[in-house]
Write a protein that binds this ligand. Structure first.
Ligand SMILES: [Zn+2]
Ligand SMILES: [Zn+2]
Length: 196
């Protein structure tokens, strides 16, 4: 019998399940057929199980913001918030203004590589920190009042970082972002961390 991709996938699955990830990866690299998405997914899900067993769960990125004593939490790509339509709209408007006033372009290298350019931009627009900022702008408008304070459990990605920096100048609003690594105060297109 000539092994086909699905047979290799079974082997990868078996090796992965028994924790032999290196062998599973070697098999994929050496197989005479072009590995398909399914095979990589199989290996990945093994890897994930392994991590889980070792208690090393990859934490999902989330940001939160407090408005009127109420905490709103967003995950990347989250569409559960009742104002999500307005949030997307305000973020699109902000993107337009940021682009008009500066040379900002989405840093698509902060996205997955196997997706179309357009969906890369879409996926950046729904990063949790942008959604949280979008909600504040929807709720209080573009008034220059108190700083906008956002919290994130992981590190702010480079695209969001640049976006918030420029937005602080465009809207003349101070943004304070506390992420897993440090504290950023964005004001007039500069950050207190000196772009660390
Ligand atoms: Zn981001
Ligand atoms: Zn900073």
């Amino acid at each position: 019998m000539k092994p086909q991709v699905k047979h290799y996938a079974c082997m990868v699955d078996l090796l992965g399940r028994s924790g032999r990830l290196k062998e599973a990866n070697d098999l994929i690299e050496k197989m005479p057929l072009k590995p398909n998405v399914g095979i990589w997914r199989t290996l990945l899900s093994k890897i994930r199980e392994n991590l889980k067993r070792k208690g090393l769960n990859k934490e999902a990125g989330r940001s939160w913001v407090e408005i009127d004593k109420e905490i709103h939490i967003f995950y990347n790509g989250d569409d559960m918030h009742p104002l999500i339509g307005k949030i997307h709209q305000v973020l699109k408007d902000m993107e337009k203004r940021v682009k008009e006033e500066t040379s900002y372009v989405h840093s698509v290298n902060f996205t997955l590589h196997d997706v179309e350019e357009e969906s890369k931009v879409e996926s950046l627009r729904v990063h949790s920190e942008k959604l949280a900022i979008g909600l504040v702008l929807v709720r209080r408008g573009l008034k220059r009042e108190r700083p906008i304070k956002i919290f994130k459990n992981l590190r702010v990605c480079g695209d969001c970082y640049t976006f918030i920096k420029i937005l602080s100048k465009v809207l003349k609003i101070v943004f304070v972002v506390r992420d897993a690594n440090r504290f950023h105060k964005f004001e007039n297109s500069l950050c207190s961390c000196g772009d660390y």
